[in-house]
Design a protein around this ligand. Structure first.
Ligand code: GMT
Length: 377
């Protein structure tokens, strides 16, 4: 074990999304431990929050010269990474999401020298969706095999990556984490009353409304639940499926019971408001929302796919059913909402599980060990 402080460049998608959240929260935790963190992104990561003396931000601007049909963002990123690395004598670049970040980091390493190490963290769709695309598959493979270490956020994602790519080295599995100073069961009695009557249960779904999230299933599950239990549904986020979801809400005559909250940066309070989280995704490498909810004592009803069963223990901290099985998910939700003792035990088991497996301090230790291993080579 070494106490050496590390200078790290972090690149992620700064917009709303699990990979950006994990990258930003990790950067903040590492900065608190005295490491020097440099975010290199096209925009300020949305969860960055307050000023911290060990965190700096470097923006990436793609040239928009008229000759270019596509601004060369990937080259601008690689060039900026190299520049920041040289100026600040970075030890490593830690990139989240393979495309194009891993390849840009490998290019930057070639520009700066072998002493600059590259750690790539895979988050899911960079492998499960983009890895299938013939125009990207080979270059993703190149980026991964030229990284000094590759990590993935669940065993399921490690397995999928190894099945799809011929990896030179072992992938390190490091789970996502949650900051327990932010996500904990909060007393939100007053705010709750703004969203529904005292006897109404609150179901919550948070996502980017991409087809993979199956938000229409959320509505159909809720429709069945509210026939049995007085309830409201809060929807947080926006995205491509939004208008279809609105139409379905109208069609099912649920407009008075479904509240669209749009994009929200701070979700800790909202999560605490909920009695249940709905996560019926088609695929999910991890499922950050389920973890954040568990840390607030809120169980998840979701699909048994990808990394979700590694986060939510079926029958212990939530219930999982096959993708698309809205009847089963609705029945599970009703069961949990009608059985206070069962609900309390799920909630308590969830809080223990987060402490044991997904606490930020433990996960930051694992990344620190990985950095020291890579730098020591
Ligand atoms: O799920 C999304 O649409 C966003 C995506 C991202 O890249 O931010 O999320 C992926 O990474 C998250 C953090 O590791 C995981 O919690 C999500 O499960 C994963 N999404 C998918 O695999 C679909």
């Amino acid at each position: 074990v070494t106490n050496r402080k590390v200078k790290i460049g972090i690149t992620c998608y700064p917009s709303h999304g699990g990979s950006g959240v994990v990258a930003t929260e990790l950067g903040k935790l590492l900065a608190e431990r005295g490491h020097q963190i440099h975010f290199i992104t096209y925009d300020m990561p949305f969860r960055l929050g307050q000023f911290h003396q060990n965190i700096r931000y470097h923006s990436v601007e793609a040239n928009r010269y008229a000759v270019f049909k596509f601004p060369p963002y990937d080259l601008a990123l690689a060039s900026r990474m190299a520049q920041v690395a040289k100026l600040n004598e970075l030890d490593l670049l830690h990139v989240h999401y393979a495309v194009p970040h891993a390849v840009a980091a490998v290019l930057a390493k070639q520009m700066v020298g072998d002493h600059l190490k590259v750690v790539t963290t895979l988050h899911g769709t960079d492998i499960t969706v983009l890895g299938e695309d013939p125009s990207l598959k080979d270059i993703i493979c190149f980026g991964l095999n030229h990284s000094d270490a590759v990590t993935a956020v669940s065993h399921s994602l490690v397995k999928q990556t190894e099945e799809m790519f011929c990896m030179n080295n072992k992938i390190d599995m490091i789970y996502n984490f949650v900051d327990l100073r932010v996500f904990y069961p909060r007393d939100v009695t007053d705010i709750r009353l703004q969203y529904g009557q005292k006897d109404e249960k609150i179901l919550l779904h948070i996502s980017n409304f991409r087809p993979v999230k199956r938000v229409k299933d959320v509505i159909r599950i809720f429709d069945r639940v509210q026939r049995e239990v007085p309830a409201r549904l809060l929807l947080v986020g926006e995205g491509p499926e939004w208008s279809k979801v609105c139409s379905l809400v109208e069609e099912l005559d649920l407009t008075s019971k479904v509240i669209f909250l749009g994009k929200q940066d701070e979700v800790a309070q909202l999560v605490s408001l909920a009695d249940l989280i709905l996560l019926p995704s088609a695929t999910e490498s991890f499922g950050m929302v389920a973890l954040e909810a568990m840390a607030c004592g809120v169980p998840t009803i979701g699909s048994n796919t990808g990394g979700i069963p590694e986060v939510v223990e079926h029958g212990e901290t939530g219930f999982l059913a096959e993708v698309g099985d809205i009847e089963a998910m609705a029945a599970y939700a009703v069961k949990l909402l009608q059985d206070e003792r069962l609900y309390q035990s799920f909630s308590k088991q969830g809080l223990n599980r987060v402490q044991e497996k997904f606490c930020g301090l433990k996960i930051a230790d694992q990344y620190e060990q990985l950095y020291h291993r890579v730098i020591g080579r």
